[in-house]
Structure formats: structure tokens, C-alpha cells
Design a protein around this ligand. Structure first.
Ligand SMILES: NC(=O)c1ccc[n+]([C@@H]2O[C@H](COP(=O)([O-])OP(=O)(O)OC[C@H]3O[C@@H](n4cnc5c(N)ncnc54)[C@H](OP(=O)(O)O)[C@@H]3O)[C@@H](O)[C@H]2O)c1
Length: 272
């Protein structure tokens, strides 16, 4: 077995702490730096980012690129960037790294801190194919040559999560307004979400073929349904932002001639 690389972790928030702990667990010699000085058992604390850059590999996990960018210098040998951002931010950092002779891996973490170090933690990465230290964090999945792709996958997947969670919370509030508890309602929600997830491959295909003919459910009926959900929410004294936003988007597709088409036709409005 070869000698393990030395690794620094910049950012000891919820996720950075989990990453540093996973590296220690894997037997790496770990140095940590955090804006608000913190110590972590099994690691060495760097007083400055520059001190942390002496390691073979630097892993960054800060809240935003805006927080991270001013800290980066060409003293870094290998940068594994796990801070969430847009594809453009990832590409700009890849360009900066190339211009400064820094080897660069761009990754995103599709997991919560508690899953780090387990196979459940998918680490999507793009650009440089070298895994470097990612194996310590979970299961690395290379998603393409373009450094911006990992960020694109990240935001696309989280978008599904945020929409689904928003819909669930609207539902819990609606059911709660009549005294039905989350414990009573949630098993039904989970089953329903699984069934709806199974419809995605067909919907995806429709967005490619643009064949929106349907004998399942027309957009018209879904626009009416969203109106009912917004109205019922308001009648129960709840906020209706989520159903109203969806209603407005779906209704625009309806006005533009997709009333008899499947829900997939809404993508025509989104692509504009
Ligand atoms: N938590 C999750 O479930 C999760 C999942 C996937 C991806 N991520 C991504 O992981 C990254 C970190 O998330 P987190 O949950 O660890 O956030 P967090 O707990 O809020 O920690 C934020 C970290 O960023 C540092 N920071 C903020 N502003 C800074 C600045 N201006 N200069 C230097 N350091 C600064 C904080 O330092 P201080 O301690 O000094 O404030 C802290 O170390 C984010 O990009 C997030 O999207 C998180």
C-alpha cells in the first residue's frame, strides 16, 4: 500500500466536518482550516488557508463560491472543489485553476453529512477524471468532461427535491388544517411519490419527441386541479404561493394551445 496523500479541508461547516472526519477515518493525514477557528479530533488546525495549501490535496466545502474564491491561490497543488455553485462558476474556477497550474476536480455532494463515508453518498464530479480523495466520501460518479456538468446535475436534481418537498409541506399544512397528522398522511405521500416517479421516463421521452398527445391526463384538467388546490389552501387559511406559481405556468401553456396535451408540454413554456 502506497503512502496516503496529505489532505486539507477548507470549511468546517456541517458538510466540511463530515468530509474531514471521513478522511481521518480513511487514514489520511488531515489539516483543517475554518474562518471561525475550530479544532477537529484527529486533524491539525491550520491558522491560515496558505498553511493548509501545503497539503498534496485541498478540499474546499464553503457555503458559496463568493466565500471561497478570495481564499484560492496558485500555492494549491490539487483542488477538489465541493462547494455548491452554478455551472458557470465551476467553469470559471476550472479556467482559473488551469491558468494557475492547479490540478482541478469539480464535484458536488448528493448526500447529507450523516451519509458521508457510506455508499449512499453519491459524489458527482466532472472535468478531471482523477478520483483523488473522493472515494473516502462515498461513491464517486464521473458525469462528463466539462467541469460545469457536476454543478448542472446538482441543481437539476435538487430542483426536483425542492419542488417535491415544497409540495409535501403544502400537503402536510392542508391535511393539518383538518387535524390529520403527518404520521397519518406521510405513508400515502411516499407511496404516491414513488408511483409518480415511475412516470418520469415516459414524460422525458415526450419532451424529446414533442409528441404530447395523451389518453392519460390533459393539461386542461391539471390547470383546473391546481386552481382547486390554490383555492382550497386559501380557504383553509394557508399560503398558496406554490400552487399559484405552478398554476400560472401551466395556464400559460394551456393558453398557448397545449390544453389537450399531456403535462410534458409545459416544458415548451420553460424552455422559452
Ligand atoms: N449540508 C448539506 O446537507 C449539504 C449537502 C450537499 C452539499 N452541501 C454543500 O456544502 C457546502 C457547505 O455546506 P454546509 O452545510 O457545510 O454549510 P454550513 O454548515 O453553513 O457551513 C458553511 C461553511 O462556510 C464557511 N464560510 C461561510 N462564509 C465564509 C466566508 N465569507 N469566508 C470563509 N468561510 C466562509 C463557514 O465558516 P464559519 O464557520 O466561519 O461561518 C462554514 O465553514 C455548500 O456549498 C452546500 O451547498 C451541503
Amino acid at each position: 500500500m502506497g503512502i496516503k496523500k496529505t489532505v486539507s479541508v477548507l470549511g468546517l461547516g456541517r458538510m466540511g466536518t463530515a468530509l474531514a472526519n471521513a478522511l481521518v477515518e480513511e487514514g489520511y493525514e488531515v489539516t483543517v482550516w475554518n474562518r471561525t477557528p475550530k479544532t477537529l479530533p484527529g486533524t491539525t488546525r491550520a491558522n491560515t488557508p496558505e498553511e493548509a495549501f501545503k497539503s498534496d490535496v485541498v478540499v474546499t466545502c464553503l457555503s458559496t463560491y463568493e466565500a471561497q474564491q478570495p481564499l484560492l491561490t496558485n500555492d494549491i497543488k490539487v483542488l477538489v472543489n465541493l462547494t455548491s455553485g452554478t455551472p458557470e462558476q465551476a467553469r470559471a474556477t476550472a479556467e482559473w485553476a488551469k491558468a494557475n497550474g492547479v490540478e482541478y476536480v469539480d464535484g458536488v455532494i448528493m448526500a447529507v453529512p450523516q451519509q458521508i463515508g457510506t455508499p449512499q453518498a453519491k459524489i458527482l464530479f466532472s472535468g478531471n477524471e482523477n478520483h483523488h480523495v473522493l472515494d473516502a466520501f462515498g461513491e464517486p460518479v464521473h458525469v462528463g468532461e466539462d467541469a460545469g456538468l457536476a454543478a448542472l446535475y446538482d441543481l437539476a436534481l435538487l430542483g426536483i427535491m425542492w419542488s417535491a418537498f415544497g409540495g409535501y409541506l403544502q400537503a402536510v399544512a392542508l391535511m393539518g388544517s383538518e387535524g390529520i397528522t403527518p404520521q397519518q398522511f406521510t405513508p400515502m405521500a411516499v407511496g404516491f411519490l414513488n408511483e409518480m416517479g415511475a412516470l418520469l421516463p415516459e414524460m422525458g421521452e415526450e419532451t424529446q419527441t414533442k409528441d404530447y398527445e395523451t389518453d392519460v391526463s390533459a393539461l386542461d384538467i391539471n390547470v383546473s386541479g391546481l386552481h382547486l388546490l390554490a383555492e382550497a389552501s386559501e380557504q383553509q387559511g394557508l399560503d398558496a404561493t406554490i400552487p399559484q406559481a405552478l398554476h400560472s405556468l401551466f395556464e400559460r401553456a394551456q393558453r398557448n394551445g397545449h390544453g389537450a396535451h399531456s403535462i410534458a408540454s409545459v416544458i415548451e413554456e420553460i424552455r422559452k
